[in-house]
Design a protein around this ligand. Sequence first.
Ligand code: FSO
Ligand code: SF4
Length: 546
Amino acid sequence: MSMFCFQCQETAKNTGCTVRGVCGKPEGTAGLQDVLIYVLKGISVYGEQALKKGDPLIEEERFIAESLFATITNANFDDDAIKGLIGKGLDLKRRLAVKYASSFGGALPDCASWDPKPGVDPLSKSVDASILSTGGEDQRSLRSLLLFGIKGIAAYAHHASVLGHEEPAIYEFLVEALASMTKELPVDEMVALVMKAGKTAVDTMALLDKANTSAYGKPRITTVDTGVRGNPGILVSGHDLKDLEELLDQTEGKGIDVYTHGEMLPAHYYPFFGKYKHLAGNYGGSWWKQGEEFASFNGPILMTTNCIIPLKDAYRDRIFTTGMAGYPGVKHIPDRKKGSHKDFSAIIELAKKCSPPVEIEKGKITGGFAHDQVLALADKVVDAVKSGAIKRFVVMAGCDGRQKGRSYFTEVAEELPKDTVILTAGCAKYRYNKLELGDIGGIPRVLDAGQCNDSYSLAVIALKLKEAFGLDDVNKLPISFDIAWYEQKAVAVLLALLYLGFKGIRLGPTLPAFLSPAVARVLVENFDIKPIGDVAGDIAAMMEGR
Ligand code: FSO
Ligand code: SF4
């Protein structure tokens, strides 16, 4: 076996990618990502000692968050970038080792003592960083659930930090979780850490919500054009709103239109972005359609985060990455220096020479139903539930993906009774956000809260409704969860929902391969998690509150 990765929903045969990732990740990149995680564990072993002494660790913590983010599915395929992170991580680890090796009680784990000579290939035989090299099946499963959960947390924490919002407890948990993976812990302690990841995921999404709303205002109901204008355009994909802001500033008055793609669509919902007249609309659908959509867009594309997929020649010369996104051979826009902004001039110069985008559709998408907006409509919503006009809410948040079985989510949206409302967030929405599903007394039947992290908004809405109806348990609300997952941010969102006490979640298109039968059983017994079934059966069950 030349590699092993089972972190996403697309993993080969729903067991693990062992030769090359279904996502396109080559074995060398997978190996480097494993080594990077191994180095992060080593940093965390010492980091725990630093935290015990109350010593500052912020540089290491930020590095851990960024590096975890870089290993998320479809974020960074660039070996040189991963090697750069490994090198920096080893430097940070050496610095900590000098200070804290002596305070570590007992033998140091291999990941803490591993210190290759400069110039040694990180994939040399001196290290076996694969998850398969540790523990038994259930231990690996729990460690993986924790690792993938903190990858999602790290991505959200990084987005918040870009906007100047950080919380020590979130960073400290990343250190605690990574260090725990070097210890032989009893199962109940490992399960407790997974639950703490759920709590930390809630806190991190709340922090990012605060960061986004304080920078860009509270999302409000907005309709977004899906057609094109006549100017050359720049397409911005991924999740990083600060990158979009700076690009919009730098393109103002230059005869260039800027379009959002994929998970960048919700930027339109923030009042701040309404001031940019050249923010023209949203082009295309979710991430996996980028092969065709980037080709017909004609202009430069900026990938601010995942999900980037293996390039097609049609746009190879006009795609750029920034932040933790990376792809070999693709020009990377360097990070902003403190107090300054990123320099997007290379993208802007290229855009001027490109043809305008080809129109692939013409219409509108409505969104902006984050918690404040929905709660402003709370009276109307509560009345609609009390009068029976709304029978049930179905949360269909999460991620989209290219597997055929995901048409299930479109069919559920189409077939749900007309007195149901779909609550969504994340790129899962593209399976049904362009359908004509109508409204209930003026309340649209699809309420899009925003990006995947705005699943937090959906939880806040549910908890407020619980209050409004005077219920003692959120599971007594007429609300069902039919969640689509793909990558590790969705794992963080799932753990957050479990931590908040939501039960009976349906998850699809498949259950995670990294859940061993015993760990899956724990989730079923404690949280009544179930795999999606057939459309008619699931709808009937959800309408009965099962
Ligand atoms: Fe989607 Fe990709 Fe936002 Fe993910 S674009 S799949 S869960 O990165 O983060 O929803
Ligand atoms: Fe396979 Fe997913 Fe890992 Fe890619 S990220 S190698 S598709 S499990």
